[in-house]
Design a protein around this ligand. Structure first.
Ligand code: NAI
Length: 470
């Protein structure tokens, strides 16, 4: 049988302990995989001076498949998350996270079998953030037609392959009308190509409430990045916690499988880590590599072990990582026969599609009838800026603060911060030269501008939001 080469990143904290458990189980199950170890994370940064060495990315690109243990990311400072960087650098645009009840893992709900497909590179996770004043920070939420279409299409293809019946788009398009509105629009457009699958949508706060009340009602969820991150952890909680939640990051030709949980520094090195999440991720990886019977045998061993009450402490058991690993190894069946406990994570023994199977490249809309009506200039100001009413072609239409109109009209009784949006619309044509002159004028008035946005309209419809009260 062909030997597959797979990149293995052992990561930080409990990462090496759970990675070693998977390697041992795979060895005992005679899985035809040769591991190529590569480095990433805090320890890599300290020992090799690089949190994500280029050789690690090269190894993933060469082998096409990687298994990654969690890495530590400092909060509020330091390097960007290694995960986010890997996802973005390799364009791993879909994150597939199954949440399925396991035998012997006591939870409030039985028979949960959810599949979550999260957009993985856009949204606020594009990581575009700026301080606008010393007291105001800004993050741009980027949602694109191509990215949203790609993840929706991958989700529906996966549903079709696995025989799932219903796909639900999760969003907040009632508030984020343009960004989440675009995500939903793309989902609905793609759904038309999958008439046999029920497609619907739900607002993210509602889905959270529904999931913690009646999770069995959902089949598959497709979400933008930030909601996907949060909701998939919630789903992990429903089926037994972070210790049992696997995931795979998929691009057109690469795949990186990883546990949902982090590096758990609080229990690192104590033999307490639960390897299930990484093991289930590795099983997902085996299906991706079409090693179906190996996937099935190892998953069966895991389910038999749990059903026998052999568990780590986080699941209410008293086994160490090593003891639990040995338990699984002792349960690996030689052949797969009918077994009451064998319920694979992805219920059909079918290979999940590669993203490249998910049909044509989504097309960008062209810019016909796309017109710039004016600009928003964001300025620093202690109190309402004394802005010019008109300048050349431009007329000041509104000034707003944190999205609420504060001029013209009565000043609302709200907290004002030192960052105002001055909206100028233009009569007639204008270009960069006119914008530059307006900016220089604003500077001459004594205001530091921090950010400029163009106000576009398409076929006469405005493609930007109005301020509250505008
Ligand atoms: P965490 O997931 O590492 O830990 C949360 C809690 O769950 C802790 O009490 C931990 O002991 C427990 N836990 C997690 N995995 C477990 C396992 N396999 N077995 C038993 N108990 C487990 O989240 P936290 O503490 O917020 O983050 C720690 C570090 O991990 C941070 O630096 C964070 O940035 C990083 N992180 C990395 C991820 C990745 O590489 N995929 C994902 C999430 C966080």
């Amino acid at each position: 049988m062909e030997n597959y080469k797979v990149t293995l990143i052992k990561g930080d904290g409990i990462g090496p302990e759970i990675a070693d458990a998977v390697v041992e189980i795979f060895k005992c199950a005679n899985v035809p995989i040769e591991w190529e170890e590569a480095y990433a994370g805090l320890e890599s940064s300290e020992k090799r001076g690089n949190v994500l060495p280029e050789e690690t990315l090269d190894s993933i690109k060469r082998n096409k498949v990687a298994l990654k243990s969690p890495t530590t990311t400092p909060v509020g400072k330091g390097h960007k998350s290694v995960n986010v960087t890997i996802r973005k650098k390799l364009d791993l645009f879909a994150n597939v996270r199954p949440a399925k009840s396991l035998p012997g893992v006591k939870t409030r709900f039985d028979n949960v079998d959810l599949l979550i497909v999260r957009e993985n590179v856009e949204d606020t996770y594009a990581g575009i953030e700026y301080y606008q004043t010393p007291d105001v920070a800004e993050c741009l939420k980027i949602i694109t037609r191509q990215g949203s279409t790609a993840v929706a299409r991958y989700g529906f293809e996966l549903a079709r392959t696995l025989g799932r019946k219903r796909v639900t788009c999760v969003h907040k398009a009632n508030i984020h009308k343009l960004t989440d509105g675009l995500f939903l629009e793309c989902f609905q457009e793609v759904a038309k190509d999958f008439p046999e699958i029920q497609a619907d949508d739900i607002i993210v706060d509602n889905v959270c409430m529904q999931l913690v009340s009646k999770p069995e009602q959902f089949d598959m969820l497709v979400l933008p990045n930030l909601y996907g991150d949060i909701v998939s952890d919630l789903c992990a909680g429903i089926v037994g916690g972070l210790g049992v939640a696997p995931g795979g990051n998929i691009s057109n030709d690469l795949a990186v499988f990883e546990a949902v949980h982090g590096s758990a520094p609080d229990i690192a090195g104590k033999g307490l880590a639960n390897p299930i999440a990484l093991l289930l991720s590795a099983i997902q990886m085996l299906r991706h590599l079409k090693l179906l019977s190996h996937a099935h045998r190892i998953e069966t061993a895991l389910r038999l072990t749990l059903a026998a009450g052999i568990k780590t402490r986080d699941l209410g058991g008293n086994c160490s990582t090593q003891e639990f690993t040995k338990g699984i190894i002792s349960n690996i069946p030689v052949e797969i026969e009918s077994d009451p406990l064998k319920t694979p994570m992805m219920e059909k023994q079918q290979v999940p599609p590669m993203a490249s199977d998910a049909a044509a490249e989504p097309k960008a809309t062209n810019n016909v009838n796309w017109k710039c009506d004016g600009i928003d200039i964001f300025v620093q100001s202690k109190g309402l800026p004394k802005m010019t009413e008109s300048f050349e072609n431009f007329t000041l239409t509104t000034i707003s603060n944190r999205g609420t109109k504060v001029y013209p009209g009565t000043m609302p009784d709200i907290l004002l911060v030192d960052w105002f949006t001055c909206r100028f619309t233009a009569d007639g044509e204008f270009g960069d030269t006119e914008i530059a002159r307006l900016l220089q004028h604003v500077t001459a008035l004594g205001y530091e501008w921090t950010h400029v946005e163009k106000l576009f309209s398409k076929d006469g419809a405005i493609m930007y939001t109005k301020a509250q009260g505008e």
